[in-house]
Write a protein that binds this ligand. Structure first.
Ligand code: UDX
Length: 469
């Protein structure tokens, strides 16, 4: 086969693939007619899902990150996070050259009509949000402002950050060039983020000018066409909506966790209680699942940041503070169950932990309840063998001293107790005959209420769950 023939064949295959993909795009996309040049700063969780989603809407999106290795990996089609559905869309949009990844921030900023800031806002030691990445992004935007642009914050930022960004940009920018700052908080859930982006419950836009609001409406035209509700408001209100929403959900979880504790003392069944109150539309049936305490990259950080903001302006958010305390106590409550199951004798006891991610469908272990619970057990000199379908490697970085297993049954071998901390579907279908064979004691602590209490007990296991479920 000569080189020319090979090149031609490759060319035709490429063309065929592009035409075929174009068909897919045309028939599966809710493409916007208002194509924009969009730059997204930060390719973390939020930035990556956002950039991909905006490219899917038909915009020309450039995602920027300072991490050259990450950009190289993305350009090679390797996605740094586990998020169902994301990889396929990234592949499709990069093939179409609608989505690209770069470290060249200067040209990415200058070519953009619209810039989304999705950089990290890590937590300071005192619980406040660290805005250093936001500040340097604003400075770079100011320095590269070559025509009117809209700058949008997607990162979860303390109330008042929009104003701060505006001041920083203004202090570096050419004063003859106009710009607008907008707050457009995201409500993506890890593990379901692509679906959340394409089918959000609402779009919140905090804008100061009609022009900025109209451009935002054009960006979200494919969603507005689907009648997704829009809340158009000012900057501080949009920023507050994000914190108030996450805090409300966290409070709801802490509330049901405390009611579950009460159920154990009153012989009530928490699952039935949750179903019974959740059918009241004023309460709603979501986020009423008791567990080992909420975790993840958002709730713990955001509620602490909101409580600090309130403290700074002398407002007491006592319900929020109580929810934070209740979440700490919930982890201790689960630890106590494990101690009790082992007759308060943990020294050299082997504990199999199933689930390390802060919830199912993610490999994220940030602020995962598993982390604190395992640490408590290690302090009492227990031996831990842990297994998570995809989060072992991430937890290894935080807790290198425990043993990581490749399967449920490897973790269970020789265990005195088996503890379920994440609601992974594979833990709902355990093979109890194998477990009986492998475990030293047939004790199960189910901190997610995913097993059927009656069946497990009939099989001869000692079984503990939350709130008599
Ligand atoms: C959350 C918000 O849901 C999302 O809107 C926001 O944009 C980011 O923060 P996420 O952190 O991905 O999303 O997780 P989520 O599904 O909300 O769960 C958070 C924690 O609460 C997890 O640890 C989960 O296990 C726990 N949880 C959730 C419960 O314990 N019970 C519930 O009923 C629901």
């Amino acid at each position: 086969m000569n080189k020319h023939y090979f090149n031609n064949k490759q060319y035709f295959l490429r063309c065929f693939f592009k035409i075929f993909s174009l068909f897919l795009l045309l028939f599966s996309h809710s493409t916007s007619i208002y194509t924009k040049n969009i730059t997204v700063l930060g390719t973390g969780y939020v930035g990556l899902v956002l950039g991909t989603g905006l490219a899917y809407f038909g915009n020309n999106v450039t995602c920027v990150d300072v991490d050259q290795e990450k950009i190289n990996a993305l350009n090679a089609g390797k996605i740094p996070i586990f998020e169902p559905g994301l990889e396929q869309i990234i592949k499709k949009e990069t093939t179409f050259e609608k989505l690209s990844f770069t470290t060249d921030i200067t040209s990415a900023l200058q070519q953009a009509d619209v810039i989304f800031i999705a950089v990290g806002t890590p937590q300071n030691a005192d619980g406040t949000a660290n805005l250093s990445f936001i500040d340097s992004a604003a400075k770079m935007i100011g320095q590269n402002l070559n025509n009117y642009k809209i700058i949008i914050t997607k990162s979860t930022v303390p109330i008042g950050t929009g104003k701060r960004i505006k001041n920083i940009i203004a202090s570096y920018a050419n004063p003859t060039i106009n710009f607008d700052v907008v707050s457009n908080p995201e409500f993506l859930k890890e593990g379901d983020a692509v679906n959340d982006f394409l089918n959000p419950s609402r779009i919140v836009i905090g804008a100061e000018t009609e022009e900025a609001l109209n451009v935002m409406k054009e960006i979200y035209a494919p969603l507005l066409a689907k009648k997704i509700p829009l809340i158009a408001t000012d900057l501080p209100t949009a920023e507050t909506i994000k914190y108030a929403a996450n805090s409300f959900l966290a409070i709801k979880i802490s509330y049901i966790n405390e009611i579950a504790q009460l159920c154990e003392k009153t012989n009530a069944n928490i699952e039935k209680v949750a179903a019974g109150i959740g059918l009241d539309p004023r309460i709603g049936n979501q986020f009423l699942k008791p567990g080992p305490g909420f975790g993840g990259s958002c709730f713990p950080k955001d509620i602490l940041a909101l409580s600090k903001t309130a403290e700074n302006v002398n407002v007491k958010l006592s319900i929020l503070e109580a929810a934070i305390e209740a979440n700490k106590r919930q982890k201790e409550f689960i630890q106590e169950k494990i101690y009790k199951a082992l007759n308060y004798e943990l020294h050299n006891k082997k504990i199999a932990i199933l689930g390390l991610a802060f919830k199912a469908n993610t490999d994220d272990v940030r602020d995962s309840a598993a982390h604190d619970i395992i640490k408590g057990l290690l302090d009492k000199k227990a031996t831990i063998k842990a297994y998570d379908p995809i989060a072992n490697e991430n937890m290894k970085k935080e807790l290198p001293s425990i043993t990581y297993s490749k399967s449920v049954y490897e973790a269970a071998t020789g265990a005195d107790v088996l503890v379920i901390l994440t609601e992974w579907p594979e833990f709902k279908n355990l093979n109890f005959s194998i477990l009986k064979e492998k475990m030293n004691n047939t004790i199960i602590v189910d901190a997610r209420n995913i097993l059927n209490s009656k069946t497990i007990k009939q099989l001869g296991f000692e079984y503990y769950n939350i709130g008599n479920a």
